[in-house]
Each structure stands twice: as structure tokens, then as C-alpha cells.
Design a protein around this ligand. Structure first.
Ligand code: FAD
Length: 967
């Protein structure tokens, strides 16, 4: 029987503007019609054939029982009416079956069309052909949907030249896909790769396994004269071996043929290993839970600002400090999924402890595992894996935080295989306790030319390595974060991480993975918040009802559960890809770090709020959780930096994001929605800024936020393709709403935008507050923490003072002004230069503000480089990109003050300035109040007067040193 196509069915219906509806695809597989207004990957558009004509009667019937289907159900389309033919020419049997179908009332005969469809609001919708439908494990799969997925998944496959069908085997129906390969690509492509791609796309999108994939020559699949594929003819040709096969793979055969034995023994081994590992993991998790209940007192850790030694030792003995270190080095050899399970558990127990363990494993050990030399690994991994030594990571510097490229520490070769490291790192976690520190520096050649950023592992006890003061952090109090000084620290080639110039690659690799780890720990932390919040609101009565019954509490608490499922799904998806050897794009890691800490922070804040006064009492844990959760939004890339990064990636280098959403997650619809939004934001949205750079930054932030929600939604939808659950559906609904709200926000002004002013106007505005509240800075001395100078080692003997910045003893001995003074002079010059260009007082220039924020464009950047070069007296040309590479006055000054090759010139320059240190309050060339005053002509003063001025200046500097870090 010829298929009654929608076109011919249309002829039995009134012609009108075609109506298109959207239905839930999963429900459709079960023959249910669930209409939705959404357009997502889980919905499907169906075009109406119109309303039946007046003289036609169309009914929907269960093809097996011949009974009418309930409304909104898919069934066979039966038609009766005057325009229906009498039957097939000279084929009574076929006529009887098709043209004389009756309902139980036996009133009139119907034509069985063989098509499936449904009626909705009186209109007919056709979903497919009964004979084509693929029924696997009770679900209906429409071949055209699978064919569309296959067609889009690989460029070597021809358009409209694929057949999805099924064959019957002993185990039931099996899916077979036959696809034509483009002729011109036949010789050039890897067929196995195409087959793998088809398999994974069909599995992700439709949740079924493809048993057989057959790649055939162009033109092999039979088609109608109008170019439509003939599925049944295609299937027949394949079954009868009548088709030109290039390559085929049968997943069941693959497992049973000659490789069977090998596969079997291998899989037995794998199973054994997996079982051992599962056992090890579950034992570890259960050990952690018992240990937490009996041996950890988080309050004490927090109050005493120290993790007790027994915890470090016990964690080390359990292997927690070297989770991914291979077994042969004494590690646990856990895979990614297992590691994140442990991180989640630790996050629930104590966020500080999870960060301590995460830092050691990820920022400390991972660079060694992935980039360390064999000798370094041999030497260090056994000690690190068992916690005999701890590992730290030192990237951040005073002028290089969210922009790590601006680091100024350097490594200069002493011989071909040895370097000398100098520099200062701040807030390095566990550094003061660590046996090794991974440090990232500018590597220079023997002429002082920059070679790129390189990483080195520096061992404790190396001369010149000095631990500086601990920062008193808001949270993470149990862990030490301290300054580290590198004063002529010698390292050799075996200590290098990766090659010259690969330092950022090494650091990024660790930080990307760190972002995943933070997300996993956040899941644990959020679950703990949910438990405590729920516990309190279940017990607390407010106005005769339990707090838990309150709609606001229920809404917020359920929002948290949706957030937990969302991040959990993201983490599990990433670890699954990693454990399968798939590459994970940077966008996915960025989303981990953007979303999880923000959700965790909200959970912690809600916990404090909904516990009422108890939320503010330290013994109830909520304040500690809040403090610990807060740092996650800042380190390892602050949320805003990553939002801007993600936004720029998706706007200017969208390929990786597109591949991630469309191919890895099979969610092209979400990508399309996102792509349209980005375009619309760029085209229509009024930026509150006039300068191009600012508009670009602003657009990147807006698009970054939309991209984050897009990724979260795509990950959840992809997961729903293979398995579904109530919590997953709730998380999808929650994320979808956020995604849509973010899109809408892209087109609306936020209240903050309405009041945006320039940096200068903002400074003026805030300066006025001084009239209202004054300028406050408490100076009342606290307890004396310094060792008396008569007792201090070194100082009393040498009479020298330590340098607060470098930790070096002795710079002051020479009477020469060190790095700090050089930098301050360069800063002053830059502030004056910028003030002059912008017609602003230098006091109003913030040395920590980006040049770009002051509107420096590429022309001004060239001018700046030339003027600087001239002022510094450099012979070597300064790059115009200087202002971008070192984006603030502080970072540029820091960099320039450490250019070794120009040392002499810089020193000469400042030697000149030194000689100009003045006696009176006037200044020359600088107007900063914190600067040494300068006079134009020192000949007016006696030598004694000049000496007195120098002494005064030195005394001032000394007092600054004691006071700590100048702002
Ligand atoms: C407790 C603690 C532990 C740490 N541990 C380590 C460690 O072990 N090793 C290590 O190397 N470092 C460590 N750090 C440093 C940490 O990584 C940095 O603090 C972080 O990268 C931010 O740098 P910054 O503090 O210099 O902030 P800045 O670079 O000054 O940025 C300030 C803020 O500006 C905003 N911002 C930045 N970029 C943008 C943008 N493009 N658009 C809009 N807004 C933006 C963000 O809100 C950001 O928080 C630690 C820090 C802390 C506080």
C-alpha cells in the first residue's frame, strides 16, 4: 500500500495556514501527546494537515485493538467519506484489509491509512508511518528523528541519505543505521571515527544503542523520483546484501568474535579492578564519615586557625593526599569520578579540609604528575602521595591576581641547566607547611630577554626560599596562606614543569581541574546546608506551623535542591567524559567555577538567614560555612573574570563552545538559541558605555552569564536523554527558567546600568562621602607580636632591617633604594603621564585601575611605550602591547622595575632621582602626596642638609616597613 503522505492527507482536510505545535518527544515515544509552549531539545515540532473537510470523517484508532484512541493519543489514522476510493484494483485481500476497517459499532467502513497521528483541537497531525516505526523496549522511535541526528553528526555523511530501521534478533528489535558517505571523502576519512560519532550521538539524543552501523557508497540508498528515501527498500537491499557497503560495525558481533576471549579476560580483570576500586572508594567514604564524627572538630580548627597534625597524618595514611597518584608511587590511583566523590564528601564535612586536600592533590601534585620530569616524579611522588610532605602552588603576586600573565617574578639562567629565581608570591595555600612549591615565573635568557612564563618545583630548604607572613583570612582559617619570598633560589632542569614558556599551560591545567574539584566540594557543602536548614525548619514552629511549611522556605529550599542536582550532573558528566578519555573544553570548567560557588554561597547565606539568630551563632556551624563558602567565588578565577572570559570565548572564538553544545551534548537547539541571543545583545542592546573596549567588556559579561546557564541546561537535557528522574526534571525546569531570565536580561537595563558614571565621576562622588564620614583608619596598636629587636636573630648583630617586600636582609645596608623605590618612581611617572593625557589630577588616578578603564586605546598605548622608553633612557624599544600585558600602573611599574637587562639604566635614572631628594615640601615631576619630595636644584643646599633629608626619608621608609604593606 502506498503511504498516504501528509500532503495527500491534507487533501482530505481543509486547506488553511498550517498550524505548528510543539510536543514533548519523550511522551510521544509512548504515544502520548503533551503540548508545550517551550522549544527545547526535548520538544518536537509537528505541522498540522488542517481540519478534516466537511464530508470527511477522520478518527484515531489503536492499530492493534481497532478501538478508538483516547484524546491526545497517537494511533493509526482512519478515514471515511465520499472521496475515499473503493479499493485496490483487482486485489481483494488488500482492499479488505485496508478499505473495509470497522469500529466495534460496525456503522461504516474506514480506510486504514497506515499512518500514525493524532487530532488536536480538531486538526490532524501526522507523526509517521506504522511500518517505519522502530519499537525498542516498548518505546516508539520515529526513524526520521534518528536520521536527522545522524545526518547532522558528521560532515562526511550525505544529506537526506540515511536510513534508520530495525531488525529482529533473538534479543528483540535492534536498531540499524545505514548512511551514505560523500564520494569525495571516501578515501580520506576514518570510518571508525564516523561510526563512533554516530553511536554516541544517537545514544545521547535518543537514549538507545545502535546495534549496527553500515556506511555505504553514495547513491546506494533507494529513493523515490522526488528524492525521498525509501526506508523499506533500503532495509531490504541491506538484508539481501544488495548494497555497496564501505564499512560496517556490529556492536554485538564486536563483542563476540575473535576478540571475545581477550575481551572477556580483559573485562574480568577490569571488573575485578573496578570492584576493588568501588570497594576502596566506599570504604574510604565510610572511613571519612566515621572519622569526621569522631576525630574532627571543625570549630576548633577554625578558632585555632590550624588543622591538627593528627588529621594531616590520618588523611595521608588513608591516601587522601595523593588520590590520583598511581599505585606504584603509593597513591590511591583513583579515577576522576571517584576523586570527585571524595571531594563531595569532604565538602560536606568541612569546606576548609576539602580545600586543603584539593590543593594538595590538584595544584600541588597534578603539575608534577602531568608535567614533571621522571626524576622529579620518582623522587617526590612517593612522599607526596602518602602525605609525608605537602605541596603548594604559588602563582599570585601583589600585582598579578586575576590577571596572572602580569607576574613579575623571574628565572634567569646561570648555566644552561640552572636558573636563579627571584620574586615574591602571596597567599600561597599550605606554602609554609609544604615540602615543595610549584612556582610560576617569567623565564629570561642570558641577555634578559623574556622567554615566556615557566613553572618550577622548588623544594623546602633550598637556600633563598623564605616563608613570609600568614594572611589572616576570613574563612579557610584552618589552612595557612602565606607570602613566599624567592631570593636567588637556584633550580635545575629536572625541576622544570613542562618546557620553557609552558608555565601557563601547566598552571591552567591544574586550575581547570581545580575548578571541577571546587564544584564537587560545593555539591557536598550545599547538601550539608540543605540538611541543616531542613533540620531547623522541620523543628521550628512559627505561628503554629512548622517553618518548613512556609512557602518561602519551601521555594528557597527546593531551589537549592535543584541547584544541587544541576551541579552534580555537571560534575558527573565531566568526570564521565574524562574517564572515557574525552577532552573537556575550557568552557565546561569555567562554568563549574562560575556556577557552583555562587550557588553554594547563596545556600550558605540562606542557611544563616533561615536559622535566624542561631544562624549567627558560631557553635551552629552556619557562620563558618558562610565564611568558607565565600572564598570559592574569588580564588581560582573570580566569578566576574571567568564570566568575562567565557563571554569573550563564546563571542570571538565560538567553535569550541559550539562543538561542546552541538556535538558533545547534542543540544544544537540550545546553541542556536544562545547564538541568536548573542547576536541580538550585540545588535540591539544599548551599551551604557561610549568607548568600544568598555562596550565589548560589558557585552562579554552579559553573554558569559547567558552562556553559563545555557551550558547548565544543555548538560541536564543531555543527561535526561539517557535517564530521567524527578529531581532531574525539576532541575531542568529551574535551569531553563534561569536561562530564559538571563536572555531577557540581555535586552533590559538593570537598575545599576541606569546609574553608571565614568570612573572619574564615580571617584568624585565617593570622595564626597569624606564630608559625611571622614577618612577612617584605626591606628590604635594591638598586642605586640614582634620579637624584641634585642632578641631578634640577625638584626641586633647586623643592625639591618628586613625588607618587607622581598624578605631579603641587607638591601638597606647599601643605602641604595631597592625595587620598591624604583617601582614607586615609575608609578608616579605613569600617574603623571596619564593625568596629563586625561586632563586629570594625578591624585585622581588609581594605580590599580586598568589602563583600558581610563580609555587608553592602541594609539595612546604606542605613545605611552615611546614616552616611557625615552624617560627610562632605554635603548631597547618598548612594546606597544605593554599596556595590555601589564594592564594597571601598578603591574606595569612592577614589571619595569624588575627588567634585569635594563637594571643599570633604571638604577642610573633613580640614582639621579635619589640625589634630588628634597628638604622642603615642594615637588617636581610628581604630585603624589606619598612620594619623596623633589627639588629642582640641590646646589642650594648644604651637604649636611641633604644628608638630613636623606636620613629623614630613610626613617620614613623604615616606619612604613614596620607598618606593613603600603596601599
Ligand atoms: C584564601 C586565599 C587562598 C589563595 N590561595 C592561592 C594559592 O594557593 N596560590 C595562588 O597562586 N594564589 C592563591 N590565592 C590568590 C587568588 O587566586 C587571587 O586572590 C585571585 O586570583 C584574585 O586575584 P586578586 O586577589 O589579585 O584580585 P584582582 O585581580 O585585583 O581582582 C579583583 C576583583 O576584580 C573583579 N574582576 C577581575 N577581573 C574582572 C573582569 N574581567 N571583569 C569584571 N570584574 C573583574 C573580580 O571581582 C575580582 O575578584 C589565594 C587567595 C586567597 C584569598
Amino acid at each position: 500500500m502506498e503511504r498516504l503522505s501528509p500532503i495527500s492527507l491534507q487533501e482530505t482536510c481543509e486547506l488553511r495556514e498550517p498550524k505548528i505545535i510543539k510536543v514533548d518527544s519523550k511522551e510521544l515515544q509512548k504515544n502520548k501527546v503533551v503540548i508545550t509552549s517551550e522549544e527545547t531539545i526535548k520538544t518536537q515540532k509537528i505541522v498540522s494537515c488542517g481540519r478534516p473537510a466537511i464530508d470527511e470523517n477522520i478518527i484515531i484508532v489503536d492499530p492493534e485493538t481497532a478501538l478508538p484512541c483516547p484524546p491526545e493519543t497517537v494511533g493509526e489514522i482512519w478515514v471515511s467519506g465520499a472521496s475515499i476510493a473503493q479499493g485496490y484494483w483487482q486485489d481483494e485481500d488488500a482492499t479488505e484489509k485496508a478499505f473495509n476497517a470497522y469500529l466495534p459499532d460496525n456503522k461504516k467502513p474506514f480506510l486504514r491509512t497506515g499512518d500514525l497521528g493524532f487530532l488536536h483541537q480538531g486538526e490532524l497531525f501526522v507523526t509517521g508511518r506504522i511500518k517505519d516505526i522502530i519499537i525498542i523496549r516498548g518505546r516508539n522511535y520515529y526513524p526520521q528523528d534518528i536520521e536527522t541526528t545522524v545526518k547532522n553528526c558528521h560532515p562526511a555523511l550525505r544529506d537526506h541519505s540515511c536510513v534508520a530501521t530495525s531488525i529482529t534478533s533473538e534479543e528483540g528489535e535492534k536498531l540499524v543505521i545505514i548512511g551514505e558517505i560523500k564520494r569525495k571523502l571516501e578515501q580520506k576519512i576514518n570510518f571508525q571515527e564516523i561510526v563512533n560519532t554516530i553511536r554516541s550521538h544517537v545514544s545521547r539524543k535518543h537514549g538507545i544503542q545502535t546495534n549496527k552501523i553500515v556506511l555505504v557508497k553514495q547513491g546506494s540508498i533507494p529513493k523515490t523520483s522526488s528524492g525521498k528515501i525509501q526506508r523499506l527498500a533500503g532495509k531490504k537491499a541491506y538484508l539481501e546484501n544488495n548494497i555497496s557497503i564501505i564499512f560496517q560495525e556490529d556492536s554485538s558481533e564486536k563483542n563476540t568474535k575473535e576478540s571475545q576471549e581477550k575481551t572477556m579476560s580483559h573485562s574480568i580483570e577490569l571488573n575485578k579492578t573496578q570492584k576493588r576500586k568501588d570497594k576502596k572508594l566506599s570504604e574510604l567514604i565510610s572511613w571519612l564519615r566515621n572519622y569526621a564524627n569522631e576525630n574532627i572538630n571543625s570549630r576548633l580548627i577554625d578558632e585555632r586557625r590550624c588543622i591538627p597534625p593528627h588529621i594531616v597524618l590520618d588523611f595521608g595514611n588513608q591516601g587522601l593526599l595523593g588520590m590520583q597518584v598511581p599505585l606504584e608511587y603509593g597513591g590511591l590511583g583513583l579515577n576522576n569520578g571517584e576523586t570527585m566523590n571524595v571531594m563531595e564528601q569532604l565538602g560536606a564535612i568541612d569546606t576548609t579540609l576539602s580545600l586543603f586536600v584539593g590543593l594538595n592533590n590538584v595544584l600541588g601534585i597534578r603539575p608534577l604528575l602531568n608535567f614533571g620530569s621522571p626524576s622529579l616524579r620518582e623522587e617526590l611522588l612517593p612522599r607526596l602521595a602518602t602525605g609525608r610532605e605537602l605541596a603548594a602552588f604559588a602563582l599570585t603576586e601583589p600585582s598579578a591576581g586575576s590577571n596572572p600573565q602580569a607576574i613579575a617574578s623571574s628565572a634567569i639562567p646561570q648555566s644552561p641547566e640552572q636558573w636563579i629565581i627571584n620574586g615574591t608570591k602571596i597567599w600561597s595555600g599550605s606554602a609554609a607547611w609544604a615540602g615543595i612549591i610549584n612556582v610560576f615565573v617569567q623565564e629570561k635568557d642570558s641577555q634578559g630577554n623574556f622567554q615566556g612564563i615557566s613553572g618550577f618545583t622548588v623544594k623546602r630548604g633550598t637556600p633563598g626560599l623564605k616563608q613570609g607572613p600568614e594572611a589572616l583570612t576570613m574563612g579557610m582559617r584552618g589552612m595557612v596562606q602565606n607570602t613566599v619570598y624567592f631570593n636567588d633560589v637556584a633550580v635545575d632542569a629536572s625541576q622544570k614543569l613542562g618546557n620553557t614558556g609552558e608555565g601557563m599551560k601547566v598552571a591552567q591545567d591544574a586550575m581547570m581541574y581545580g575548578r571541577l574539584t571546587i564544584a564537587a566540594a560545593s555539591v557536598g557543602g550545599m547538601k550539608r546546608c540543605a540538611q541543616l536548614w531542613h533540620r531547623y525548619s522541620s523543628r521550628r514552629q512559627i505561628s503554629t506551623v512548622r517553618l518548613l511549611e512556609n512557602p518561602l522556605v519551601l521555594a528557597r529550599l527546593n531551589g537549592l535542591t535543584a541547584a544541587i542536582t544541576t551541579i552534580e550532573t555537571l560534575v558527573t558528566s565531566i568526570t564521565t567524559w574524562l574517564d572515557q578519555g574525552q577532552e573537556v573544553p575550557v568552557e565546561a570548567y569555567a562554568v563549574c567555577k562560575m556556577a557552583a560557588p555562587e550557588f553554594y554561597w547563596e545556600a550558605a547565606d540562606n542557611l544563616v538567614q533561615f536559622l535566624g539568630g542561631r544562624g549567627y551563632i558560631e557553635s551552629n556551624m552556619a557562620p563558618q560555612i558562610l565564611r568558607d563558602a565565600r572564598i570559592l567565588r574569588i580564588f581560582e578565577g573570580p566569578t566576574e573574570t571567568l564570566t568575562a572570559f567565557l563571554g569573550s570565548r563564546v563571542i570571538y572564538q565560538p567553535e569550541s563552545f559550539k562543538t561542546f553544545l552541538c556535538d558533545t551534548l547534542s543540544m544544537p537547539e540550545i546553541y542556536e538559541r544562545f547564538e541568536q541571543t548573542v547576536q541580538q545583545i550585540q545588535d540591539y542592546r544599548q551599551s551604557p558605555f561610549t568607548e568600544e573596549t568598555k562596550t565589548k567588556n560589558w557585552t562579554a559579561i552579559l553573554c558569559g552569564e547567558v552562556a553559563m546557564w545555557g551550558v547548565l541546561l544543555a548538560v541536564l537535557e543531555a543527561k535526561a536523554m539517557s535517564s530521567t528522574s524527578e529531581s532531574l526534571n525539576r532541575a531542568i525546569a529551574w535551569t531553563k527558567e534561569h536561562f530564559q531570565q538571563k536572555i531577557a536580561q540581555g535586552f533590559a537595563q538593570t537598575p545599576d546600568e541606569l546609574v553608571i558614571s565614568s570612573a572619574n565621576k564615580t571617584t568624585e562622588l565617593i570622595s564626597d562621602y569624606e564630608n559625611a564620614i571622614g577618612n577612617l583608619e584605626q591606628t590604635l596598636a594591638g598586642e605586640d607580636r614582634e620579637v624584641d629587636e634585642f632578641l631578634r636573630l640577625g638584626d641586633s648583630e647586623t643592625g639591618r632591617l628586613g625588607d618587607w617586600e622581598t624578605g631579603r636582609l641587607g638591601d638597606w645596608e647599601t643605602g641604595r633604594l631597592g625595587d620598591w623605590e624604583t617601582r614607586r618612581n615609575i608609578e608616579n611617572w605613569l600617574m603623571n603621564w596619564l593625568g596629563e593625557k586625561l586632563n586629570l589630577s594625578p591624585q585622581n588616578i588609581d594605580p590599580k585601575q586598568a589602563f583600558a578603564d581610563y580609555g587608553i586605546d592602541s594609539v595612546m598605548a604606542v605613545e605611552l611605550a615611546q614616552d616611557l622608553q625615552e624617560w627610562l633612557g632605554y635603548t631597547q624599544q618598548l612594546e606597544a602591547s605593554l599596556a595590555w600585558n601589564f594592564p594597571t600602573i601598578k603591574s606595569l611599574a612592577q614589571y619595569l622595575s624588575t627588567i634585569e637587562s635594563e637594571d643599570e639604566i633604571v638604577e642610573e635614572k633613580f640614582a639621579m632621582n635619589d640625589s634630588k631628594i628634597a628638604l622642603n615640601g615642594q615637588s617636581q615631576g610628581t604630585s603624589s602626596t606619598e612620594n619623596p619630595e623633589i627639588i629642582s636644584d640641590i646646589s642650594n643646599y648644604s651637604e649636611d642638609e641633604i644628608q638630613t633629608a636623606i636620613n629623614q626619608e630613610m626613617a620614613e621608609l623604615e616606619s612604613l616597613l614596620k607598618g606593613g604593606y603600603p596601599s
